[in-house]
Design a protein around this ligand. Structure first.
Ligand code: HEM
Length: 458
């Protein structure tokens, strides 16, 4: 159902961002300290107003194009020339192997074809009850409210959704152990990244690295067991159908490995990113009570019109603008890397075979020449009138081109459904004196969780 857009006159709010120096940051700063742990830390002012940067990272040439035309060239126009970098594959291999996210060429195409139907609009609509069930299930534990870590709650919710919608509600994927091991595996990436950059073997050296390795092993073992159960029969879920399709398409050994790789890929890519989007949206709303009130009123009306109707997200235009703006300011994936296969040109810049091309939603989404008042939260920049004339590739929370996030529709629908249920019944306020910072290398999370004061709405 089409809903009339009502722009909201809101006070200007600028969420805090990492400090920005004047000049370029030395490359070594990416190997130790906060910048090695947090992708969005340590950028200079210049990075938000130039069109192209180039670095030499330990002998590897890295291009950082910031002009949307160049982004479009890499992700769409000449996408075949830009593959997932060997380095990224090496870092991700122990966790997600060569599944959809980390493969290229014919292997990628075949896997994408196999899963695409599950994420078409009509198929995503069938997941709606899973979104509602998870949103309600999580909130059922909030009692009379209090200070609650909403990053943790968001993760528990999206994990439940992914388990219910793709893995027949397998309880092994939503256990406390699973949550802890995944968090450790993600944290361990920082150490693996430095080792791969230095050409060292992947060997956990610090307690964090060791916890990360244990997390990866737990994850792979659990998913291998989940896959084996499907092979024995008696299931009819996304995973069992994917296993059948892989068996029909790939040699037996490869099909076996790809089944676990993709189970891990969908389990991780399908919940962590959405959980971060939910957490950042709640943070931004907690800081803007009037906007939160307006979103809650919209949600209440939309739910009253048809709570069990998968058309619900379409009746939440304000919340949709809030989500779009959340993903602009806090893109769950702050960087998207590619490696050039053959020589090419990006605008005036030569690209050599093997060069890395790093696309940075974090920088492009806050670029001064692309956005008005880029660091400020402004949901109304997403009204139709103000979106007119905007370049398609200046906003890429879900990537773009043939490798655009396959779960995009699901993520948006899920996030809007969960937020509308929570906002209708609860009010979220900041914990006084607590600063919220972004952290993370692969995905952008609130550092140390997101405790908020949660109280029932009357
Ligand atoms: C707010 C939530 C989400 C965000 C911000 C997000 C972001 C992204 C981005 C930026 C990419 C492109 C990476 C690249 O080009 O290198 C991507 C790819 C992918 N996403 Fe998502 N994602 C989200 C939710 C989901 C969900 C719910 C699923 C599945 C259930 C999913 C599964 C995948 C997969 C499998 C790929 C790889 C696609 C391919 O290479 O063909 N994502 N996602």
């Amino acid at each position: 159902m089409a809903t009339v857009e009502k722009p909201l006159a809101a006070a200007r709010y600028v969420p805090p961002h990492p400090p920005r120096g004047e000049g370029p940051v030395p490359v070594w700063r990416g190997l130790i300290g906060e910048r090695a742990r947090t992708a969005v830390y340590g950028w200079s002012e210049r990075a938000f107003e130039t069109w192209h940067m180039e670095r030499n990272v330990l002998g590897i040439r890295v291009h950082i194009p910031l002009h949307p035309d160049a982004v479009q060239h890499v992700l769409l126009d000449n996408a075949a020339n830009y593959v997932k970098p060997d380095m990224v594959k090496k870092i991700l291999a122990p966790t997600i192997g060569r599944g959809l996210l980390s493969s290229d060429g014919a292997d990628w195409r075949e896997q994408r074809r196999i899963v695409a139907a599950r994420f078409a609009p009509a198929a995503v609509d069938t997941l709606f009850p899973a979104f509602v069930g998870a949103a309600r299930g999580t909130a059922a534990h909030w009692g009379r409210g209090g200070t609650i870590d909403m990053a943790e709650q968001a993760t528990a919710t999206t994990m439940r959704v992914i388990s219910d919608s793709l893995f027949a509600g397998d309880a092994r994927l939503t256990s406390k152990a699973a949550i802890d091991h995944i968090a450790a595996a993600i944290d361990g990436v920082a150490e693996a990244r430095v080792q791969v950059l230095l050409g060292l073997p992947l060997f956990p050296m610090t307690p964090k690295g060791r916890r990360g390795r244990r997390g990866q092993i737990y994850l792979r073992k659990t998913l291998a067991a989940v896959v084996e159960d499907r092979r024995r029969g008696g299931y009819d879920d996304f995973l069992s159908r994917m296993i059948e399709a892989l068996d029909a398409q790939f040699p037996p050994e490869e099909a076996r490995a790809l089944a676990v790789d993709n189970a891990a890929t969908f389990y991780l890519a399908g919940h962590e990113t959405t959980a971060n989007a939910l957490a950042w949206a709640l943070f931004l709303l907690s800081e803007q009570p009037d906007l939160q009130q307006a979103a809650a009123a919209e949600a209440r009306e939309a739910l009253a019109t048809g709570e069990g109707d998968p058309g619900l997200p379409g009746r939440l235009p304000l919340l949709r603008r809030i989500l779009d703006e959340t993903l602009r300011l806090y893109p769950s994936a702050p960087r998207i890397d590619r490696q050039a296969v053959a020589a090419d040109r990006l605008g005036e810049h030569d690209v050599r075979p093997g060069d890395i091309v790093s696309l940075w939603p974090w920088l492009i989404h806050r670029h001064r020449l692309l956005w008005e008042d880029p660091d400020a939260f402004d949901a109304d920049r997403w009204t139709e009138a103000r979106s007119a004339g905007r370049h398609r590739f200046q906003y890429l929370p879900f990537g773009g081109g043939p490798r655009v996030c396959v779960g995009m529709r699901m993520a948006v629908s899920e996030a809007l459904t969960v937020l509308s249920h929570w906002l209708t019944a609860w009010r979220f306020a900041p914990v006084p004196g607590r600063e919220v910072r972004a952290s993370g290398l692969v995905t952008l999370r609130p550092a140390g969780g997101l405790p908020l004061r949660v109280t029932p709405r009357d």
